[in-house]
Design a protein around this ligand. Structure first.
Ligand code: BGC
Length: 800
C-alpha cells in the first residue's frame, strides 16, 4: 500500500498554474538522469501460484484474475502514479510486490526520450512534412526503442493535436493542420513505437490546440491558457477535424494509452468529460486501453473516476484527485462505486497483459544498449525527407565551382528545438555551419557571422559567391507565440527562459533572437548578395515578408541533432528535397482562421469559440479565396513532374469502395520525390457546408528521371462521409476528386456519383455504407515499365 498523503487540494487556478511549471521543471526534466539499472525480474515467476500468469488466457481474463486477487487498497494504489518514485523517468507506478507487479516507468516524448541525453529527432512537424508513413513508423520505432533502453514501458507520444493557429506553442510537437495527414502519420508512428513492445500514449485528448497568451512566460499563460480555456466546439467539427487522428490511433494503430488534456470541452474538463471519454472514445470507438491524465489535468475525484479516467501519473505532485484518502472517501460515500474502481484497474491491467509486461523482465535502463549510429542515421534520413523547398530561382542546388560561402544567422551554428516536455537533450549536434563546412570540403572557403551586426553580415555576404542565412522562431509548451513573424517578443522571452532547459544549445552561447531583427537581417543580406538562400528552422509556418527578395527558401523545421548534415546535403544537391507543407504559410497574419476575433483566439474570459467549424487550415483559405504565401501540400523538387489524368473505378474489397489512380512522370534529368495528393469535394447541403476540398489520399514516391509511377488511392465510405447529427452519412450527390502536387495545383479531376445523376461520373455508388470504418489506408505506388502505356496495369513494386 502506498503511504497515504495528505496534500491539500489546491484550488483550480493554483493547481493549474503550479502544474505545468512543476511538470516541466521537475519530474523527468531533461537534465535528470535515471541511474542505470539492470532489468527487473519478470512479474510472473510461477503460473501455479499466480493464475493470471497463464499465457493461454486473454488479457481481459488475466486482468480479471489479477484484479480479483487485489485488496481495495491495492487497487487504489494502482490508479495513481508514484510521482516521487520516477527516478529520472517522467513518471512511475507503484509496485505491488505481494502480487509480483513491479513498477512501470514512462517517459516523454514525441521528439525523443526526455531522460538524460537522447537522439534528438527532427520534430513531429518535420515528420509530417515527409508525407511518408514508413518514416513515421521508423521514427516511432526509434524513439520507443531509446525509451525502452532507458527502462520505460510507456512513452508519452505522439502529440496529435491539430494546428489551429501557427501561434501555438506546441505546433512543432504535432503534425500540422490537416486531419488526414495527421491521422496517417499518427498510425505509422504508433505502429512503429508499439512494434518495440513499448506502449504509446496518444495525446492530448482533446481540443488542446493552444497554450495561451499573457501571464508570466514561459509556463503560465493566463489568457486562453491551456489549463483553463473552455473550448466551445460543435459535434461535427469534433468528429471531422479534432477526433479522427485519435480515432485512427485507437481503431487502426491500437494505441495502448491515451492522455486526456487540461482544457475544458464544451464546459467540462477533458479528463472528466463523459461525452468525449465515455460516449465517443469507449463507446463509439471501443477503446480498451488506459486513459491517463496530463500532468495536472485531473481535478475532481468522483468526476474523474466516474467519467473514464483510469490513471493519474503525476498523483501527489501536481495532481491530487486520486490520492488514496479521497478515493476511499468517494467509495465510502457512494460517489464512486467499487465496480467503477475495479473497471479502471482492469483496463490498466489488461493493457499491461496485452503488451506482455507480466511475461518478461522489466527493461534495463542503460544507454549502452542504444544503437547510437543507427538512430543518427534515422534522424538524418528523416530530416532529408522533411526539408521543404519553398522557392528556387535556380540558385539551388549549389553549383560546383563555388569558392566562397557566407553562412549567416542566429540559427546557423546552434541546435534549436521546441521547449517543454517535447524538449530533448541531444546526444550530439551538427549545426548548419558544421554541415556546410564538412560537405563543402577544403577548396571552398566558408565564412560565418551570427547576424547580430547586420552591416557586417551583409559585407560578408557580398564578399562570397553565395550566402546562406539561417533564421527561425521559438516555440514552447506553456506559452503561445505573440506573433507569427520572425521577430516576436515572445521569441526573445522564451528563447532564454525555455530553450536552454529544453535541449537547445542556448546554455553555451546566448540564445537566438535576443535583439536580432531576423527579417531585417534577411533583407540586408539579400540586398548585398543576389544569391541568398534562406534556411528556415521553425516549428510552424511563419511570415516571409522578404520572399520576393531572395532566390531560394528552404524550410528545414527544427531539424534534429543531425540537421546540419541533412540541410547541407540538400543545399549541395546530394539529396533532392521531398518535403511538402503540412500547414499553410499565410501571406499575412490577417489570413489566419483565428485572426481578428478574440472569441476565436485566445478566447475571452477563458471561453473560446471554434466558430470556424470545419474550415481549418487550407479549408479556411479556400473558403475565403485567400492566396497564401505557400499553400498546404506545396513543395518543390530539383526535378519536375507531370501529373496525368485521374481515373476512378469501383472496387469492392474489404474497407474499400473505389480506387483512384494517377500516373506521375518525372520530366527532369534527375530522380526526385513526387508527393501526389488526392482531395475530395463533397456536395454541400443547407446545414452542412463543405470545404472546397479536403485531403483523402497521398503518397511519397521516388520517380527516376524520365520514368512514370502509377499511384493508387484506396477510398472507402468514410472518405465520402460527413458527420451530421445522426452519425456518419454519405450525402446523395456528386463528389469531385482532384489530384496533383499541392492543395492549389490539382490538374487531375474525376467525378463519383453517390445515389445521384452526375454527368461524366467515373464511378457510380450508392449511399449506404458502414461508417465505423477507419480512415482510408495510404496509397500504393508502382513504377511502370518503360514500355508501358500510361493507363495499363501494374509493373513491379517500386521501393520507396
Ligand atoms: C505535457 C505532457 C507531458 C507531461 C509530462 C505536460 O505538461 O502537457 O505532454 O507528457 O507534461 O511531462
Amino acid at each position: 500500500m502506498r503511504p497515504v498523503r495528505f496534500s491539500p487540494r489546491l484550488p483550480a487556478l493554483g493547481l493549474a498554474l503550479a502544474a505545468t511549471a512543476v511538470a516541466l521543471a521537475g519530474s523527468g526534466s531533461s537534465s535528470s538522469v535515471a541511474a542505470a539499472t539492470d532489468a527487473p525480474p519478470a512479474p510472473c515467476p510461477t503460473q501455479q501460484t499466480h493464475p493470471w500468469c497463464n499465457r493461454s488466457l486473454s488479457p481481459d481474463a488475466r486482468a480479471l484474475l489479477f484484479q480479483q486477487a487485489m485488496t481495495q487498497d491495492e487497487e487504489i494504489t494502482l490508479v495513481g502514479g508514484d510521482a516521487n518514485g520516477a527516478a529520472g523517468h517522467t513518471g512511475a507506478t507503484y509496485a505491488i510486490p505481494r502480487l509480483g507487479l513491479r513498477a512501470i516507468y514512462f517517459s516523454d516524448g514525441p521528439v525523443g526520450p526526455r531522460q538524460g541525453s537522447a537522439t534528438a529527432m527532427p520534430v513531429p512537424m518535420a515528420l509530417a512534412a515527409t508525407w511518408n508513413q514508413q518514416l513515421a513508423h521508423a521514427d516511432g520505432q526509434e524513439i520507443a526503442t531509446e525509451a525502452k533502453d532507458k527502462g520505460n514501458d510507456i512513452v508519452f507520444a505522439p502529440t496529435v493535436n491539430i494546428m489551429r493557429t501557427p501561434q501555438g506553442g506546441r505546433t512543432y510537437e504535432a503534425y500540422g493542420e490537416d486531419t488526414y495527414l495527421n491521422a496517417q502519420t499518427t498510425v505509422g508512428w504508433i505502429q512503429g513505437a508499439q512494434s518495440t513492445g513499448v506502449i504509446a500514449t496518444v495525446k492530448h485528448f482533446v481540443a488542446n490546440n493552444q497554450e495561451g497568451q499573457g501571464g508570466a512566460p514561459p509556463f503560465v499563460a493566463t489568457n486562453g491558457g491551456r489549463q483553463l480555456v473552455d473550448v466551445q466546439v460543435d459535434e461535427r467539427t469534433l468528429r471531422e477535424v479534432y477526433f479522427p487522428q485519435f480515432e485512427a490511433a485507437v481503431k487502426q494503430a491500437k494505441t495502448g494509452a491515451l492522455m486526456c488534456s487540461y482544457n475544458k470541452v464544451n464546459g467540462t474538463y477533458a479528463c472528466e468529460n463523459p461525452h468525449t471519454l465515455l460516449q465517443v472514445l469507449e463507446g463509439d470507438w471501443g477503446y480498451k486501453g488506459i486513459v491517463l491524465a496530463d500532468y495536472g489535468a485531473s481535478k475532481d475525484t468522483a468526476g474523474n473516476m466516474n467519467n473514464g479516467l483510469d490513471f493519474v501519473p503525476d498523483e501527489g505532485q501536481v495532481d491530487f484527485s486520486y490520492q488514496p484518502q479521497l478515493i476511499q472517501a468517494a467509495l465510502a460515500t457512494g460517489q464512486v462505486s467499487r465496480a467503477t474502481l475495479d473497471a479502471h484497474v482492469r483496463r490498466i491491467l489488461r493493457t499491461l497483459f496485452a503488451f506482455g509486461v507480466f511475461d518478461r523482465p522489466g527493461y534495463a535502463n542503460s544507454d549502452s544498449q542504444i544503437n547510437v549510429a543507427a538512430d543518427q542515421r534515422t534522424a538524418e534520413r528523416t530530416e532529408e525527407r522533411a526539408i521543404t523547398l519553398l522557392k528556387n530561382d535556380g540558385v539551388l542546388p549549389l553549383k560546383p565551382g563555388i569558392k566562397k560561402i557566407a553562412v549567416i544567422g542566429p540559427y546557423a551554428n546552434r541546435f534549436v528545438t521546441g521547449g517543454g516536455s517535447g524538449g530533448v537533450t541531444p546526444r550530439r549536434i551538427i549545426t548548419v555551419l558544421q554541415g556546410i563546412i564538412a560537405r563543402a570540403g577544403k577548396p571552398v572557403t566558408v565564412t560565418y557571422a551570427d547576424g547580430s551586426d547586420q552591416a557586417a553580415a551583409a559585407a560578408l555576404a557580398k564578399a562570397a559567391d553565395v550566402a546562406v542565412v539561417v533564421v527561425g522562431d521559438v516555440e514552447t509548451e506553456g506559452q503561445d507565440k505573440d506573433c507569427i513573424g520572425l521577430n516576436c517578443t515572445s521569441d526573445t522571452v522564451n528563447s532564454e527562459a525555455v530553450l536552454e532547459t529544453s535541449g537547445s544549445s542556448c546554455g553555451a552561447q546566448s540564445c537566438p533572437l535576443n535583439g536580432t531583427n531576423e527579417d531585417g537581417l534577411v533583407s540586408a543580406v539579400a540586398a548585398a548578395q543576389k544569391k541568398t538562400v534562406v534556411v528556415l528552422e521553425t516549428g510552424a509556418p511563419v511570415l516571409t515578408p522578404w520572399r520576393a527578395q531572395v532566390p531560394a527558401i528552404l524550410e528545414a523545421w527544427y531539424p534534429g541533432q543531425e540537421g546540419g548534415t541533412a540541410i547541407a546535403r540538400v543545399l549541395f544537391g546530394e539529396v533532392n528535397p521531398g518535403g511538402r507543407l503540412p500547414a499553410t504559410f499565410p501571406a499575412d497574419a490577417s489570413q489566419l482562421q483565428t485572426a481578428g476575433d478574440p472569441m476565436k483566439y485566445p478566447g475571452v474570459a477563458e471561453e473560446e469559440s471554434y466558430s470556424e467549424g470545419v474550415f481549418v487550415g487550407y479549408k479556411w483559405y479556400d473558403a475565403h479565396k485567400f492566396t497564401p504565401a505557400y499553400p498546404f501540400g506545396y513543395g518543390l523538387s530539383y526535378t519536375t513532374f507531370r501529373y496525368g489524368p485521374l481515373h476512378v473505378s469501383v472496387t469492392r474489397r474489404a474497407n474499400q469502395v473505389a480506387t483512384t489512380t494517377i500516373d506521375i512522370t518525372n520530366t527532369g534529368r534527375r530522380a526526385g520525390i513526387a508527393v501526389p495528393e488526392l482531395y475530395i469535394s463533397k456536395p454541400a447541403v443547407g446545414a452542412l457546408p463543405q470545404p472546397l476540398r479536403q485531403l483523402v489520399g497521398y503518397d511519397s514516391v521516388t520517380v527516376p528521371a524520365g520514368r512514370t509511377v502509377r499511384v493508387s488511392f484506396p477510398l472507402n465510405d468514410r472518405s465520402f462521409a460527413t458527420w451530421d447529427s445522426t452519425g456518419w452519412r454519405v450525402i446523395p450527390g456528386c463528389y469531385g476528386l482532384a489530384a496533383g502536387s499541392s492543395s492549389r495545383s490539382l490538374p487531375g479531376h474525376a467525378v463519383v456519383s453517390r445515389g445521384a445523376h452526375c454527368g461524366g461520373a467515373g464511378a457510380k455508388l450508392g449511399t449506404s455504407g458502414s461508417f465505423f470504418l477507419p480512415l482510408p489506408a495510404t496509397a500504393r505506388a508502382t513504377l511502370l515499365p518503360r514500355s508501358a502505356h500510361p493507363g495499363k496495369r501494374h509493373a513491379r513494386k517500386h521501393r520507396r
